[in-house]
Design a protein around this ligand. Structure first.
Ligand code: AHG
Ligand code: MN
Ligand code: MN
Ligand code: MN
Length: 334
């Protein structure tokens, strides 16, 4: 019987391949994957583990924090801070960056994460996940917020772990996308897909339709055309999905194609959208591009955006390339 390839074996064998990654990055990815196993276990306990409900606090976005937002945030910090791989961390659930405590060796990598994506789905038992992004600290000296403000194109690793019927880790270090499924009996992430490819065309769109009256005209034009179906200009019938966990909507697209949009809308006209650039849009955009898809903010490639603030938001249009290109075209024609 073919030997199952674990995450560890995959990363070790990568060292002998055409695209080796530094040992420090390999170790970092291993500990992040380890903390995703712990988070998955906490998620799976649900009410039995006392992890549901709110924590009674708010994050920098003004969102009420769920207990699991904080539990998963702490698990990631505890898993990664001692390994000597990091200069610092940043998270959706922490206002400021987190330097590595002086009792631990300092490393060169910067780890950013959305520890629990899809928080509104925690209490209703719908798939949620963890999203992470790794940059390399460019300059010397004590870590500061400006070290994190690098375009997504400079990421050295990005991934997510979706806690659904399976717990699946999806990862890129710049030479394609691989998927690992957690074998709970052994506690090992096992390689289940390599060279993930997103179809360039799709008939499935993901957007929160309840915001339709707030959208800008290019988005409205695109969705109206999708809704017109075979009789309309797109000459095909579309299906719609909206899970309200970006990690689950993106995983569906990684698996069978589709287009996902969280565009600017006039509810918060001074904000470009709801999703966060550094630890949602950038890691997901790199994964999507590495799988042959496209990702823009409606006008420009998300990975080219020069960040100015750690928690800045961005409008997101990502997925099957030909659909993303069409939405981008409509924005540029406006
Ligand atoms: P988070 O739970 O980390 O704050 O992210 C939630 C995001 C994203 O996962 C999802 O696509 C989007 O919010 C859903 O927004 P709506 O509830 O407005 O549809
Ligand atoms: Mn949140
Ligand atoms: Mn999120
Ligand atoms: Mn979150």
């Amino acid at each position: 019987m073919a030997q199952k390839t674990s995450l560890t074996r995959y990363l070790v064998e990568k060292q002998a391949g055409a695209n080796p990654i530094p040992a420090q990055l390999q170790l970092l990815l291993e500990v992040v994957a380890d903390s995703c196993k712990s988070i998955s276990s906490a998620v799976n306990k649900g009410a039995l583990g006392g992890v549901l409900g709110t924590a009674g606090s708010e994050n920098v976005q003004g969102e009420v924090q769920k207990k699991l937002d904080i539990i998963s945030n702490d698990m990631l910090i505890e898993a990664a801070e001692w390994g000597g791989t990091l200069a610092g961390m940043a998270s959706e659930e922490m206002d400021e960056i987190l330097p590595i405590p002086s009792q631990y060796r300092q490393g060169d990598y910067l780890l950013m994460f959305d520890p629990l994506d899809g928080s509104s789905n925690i209490d209703v038992n719908v798939s949620i996940g963890t999203i992470f992004s790794v940059l390399k600290k460019a300059g010397g000296g004590a870590v500061q917020e400006s070290d994190f403000l690098q375009p997504g194109a400079r990421q050295v690793a990005a991934g997510y772990c979706v806690y659904g019927p399976q717990t699946t880790l999806v990862l890129t270090t710049g030479d394609g996308v691989v998927m690992f499924t957690l074998d709970r009996e052994v506690g090992t992430f096992v390689l289940t897909q390599e060279n993930v490819q997103i179809p360039a065309d799709t008939k499935e769109f993901a957007i929160n339709m309840s915001n339709m009256r707030h959208w800008d005209t290019p988005v409205r034009r695109y969705i109206d055309e999708c809704l017109a179906g075979k009789e309309g200009p797109r000459a095909k019938d579309f299906n719609m999905r909206w899970i309200a966990s970006m990690v689950a909507d993106v995983h569906r697209i990684m698996t069978r194609g589709g287009i996902f949009m969280y565009p600017w809308d006039k509810r918060e006209p001074d904000k470009p959208g709801k999703l966060r650039l550094m630890y949602e849009a950038n890691p997901m955009s790199w994964l999507i591009e590495q799988a042959g898809g496209a990702s823009t903010d409606g006008r420009q490639r998300i990975l080219d955006i020069q960040p100015t603030k750690l928690h800045q938001r961005v409008s997101v249009v990502l997925g099957s390339k030909n659909e993303v290109d069409l939405v981008t075209k409509y924005h540029l024609e406006k």
